[in-house]
Design a protein around this ligand. Structure first.
Ligand SMILES: [Zn+2]
Length: 320
């Protein structure tokens, strides 16, 4: 009986479905660090999802509601050097990232891909550049413009696609379309089918729309889903199993579609939503029934901005 129980337990662990179901039951659907009993002291932390491919998380500055999420970087070690996808938010976090990369490899950092130009992903780039002055920073043309006055300005840009091969590892830097920042890039590793999406993918948190292109974000997520992917890596939120990362990408797409659909519905009804005040006051947003999405962390306070952004899109007021 005891042995049979053991065999059953082992079988459950070996079955991908069983393992995933057990895992899902334990892990709350929340990108907040507190939801897992973690505090800022537990960060930074990193783990290899595949040999020489490390997911690195440090904490983001608290949301206005006090909640804290993680910011994700991806570190890939090759035989000829290291490639980093997105940095971290400030000097201290930047230095901790540098220290970790040095622990993972004695080889120099060769490339930094700026997938998101927002401060929480580039604020520590001065420390990275100081550690490896030869590292080449790559972004979209739009992000290069945004960062024109930043301490570290990307010197090379990708409008559509660029392939870099370093130490036998291929990196496809992809511009899949605008999403969270308007300068969004993704990086695909065809040999391992890892896709780093940066802020295109906000896992288990409300996708913040302050500088988004709402409908284009939907299209960009759908494009990401057409690639042959093993691991979808987000810019914020935990990295768990492959299956969970895929399922929650779909969930984030559903939220994005809902934001756009509700914005369009309210706009068609002629309900007001001004762009005045900080954050903007959107009367129409009060009419949204967020339904199951109301429970998504960091939704409150970001609803007006989200609906407002859809109005801007419909009114042709988004930055070109
Ligand atoms: Zn961010």
């Amino acid at each position: 009986m005891k042995l049979l129980g053991l065999i059953a337990a082992v079988a459950a662990c070996l079955s991908p479905l069983g393992a995933s179901a057990a895992h899902s039951a334990e892990v709350p659907k929340s990108g907040l660090i507190a939801a897992r009993g973690l505090t800022e002291k537990d960060f930074p932390r990193w783990r290899a999802i595949l040999p020489d491919i490390y997911v690195y998380e440090d904490t983001h500055a608290p949301d206005p509601d006090g909640s804290v999420i993680g910011t994700v970087s991806l570190i890939v070690v090759t035989k000829d050097g290291v490639v980093l996808m997105d940095g971290q938010g400030d000097a201290m976090d930047g230095q901790r990232l540098v220290d970790t990369i040095r622990k993972l490899s004695p080889l120099p950092l060769k490339y930094v891909v700026v997938a998101s130009d927002h401060i929480d992903h580039v604020g520590g780039n001065t420390e990275i550049k100081a550690a490896w002055p030869g590292a080449v920073f790559i972004s979209s043309p739009a992000s290069q413009k945004v960062l024109a006055k930043a301490p570290v300005v990307p010197t090379e840009t990708v409008s559509d696609k660029r392939v870099i091969t370093l130490g036998g590892t291929e990196f496809q830097i992809l511009n899949l379309g605008r999403a969270h920042t308007g300068g969004d890039l993704a990086v695909y590793l065809p040999q391992t089918k890892v896709l780093f999406l940066g802020e295109i993918y906000a896992r288990d948190i409300f996708p913040s729309q302050r500088s988004s292109y709402p409908s284009e974000w939907v299209a960009t997520l759908k494009k990401a889903k057409t690639l042959d992917v093993s691991w979808y890596i987000p810019g914020h939120g935990f990295v768990d199993t492959m299956a969970e990362m895929r399922a929650d990408l779909d969930a984030s797409l559903k939220i994005q579609e809902y934001i756009v659909a509700e914005g369009k519905r309210l706009h068609a009804l002629g309900l007001p939503c001004t762009n005045e005040g900080k954050p903007p006051v959107c009367e129409a947003a009060k009419q949204v029934n967020w339904g199951p999405f109301a429970a998504v962390p960091q939704t409150r306070g970001k609803q007006d901005i989200a609906i407002n952004r859809v109005y801007m899109e419909l009114d042709g007021k988004l930055p070109k």
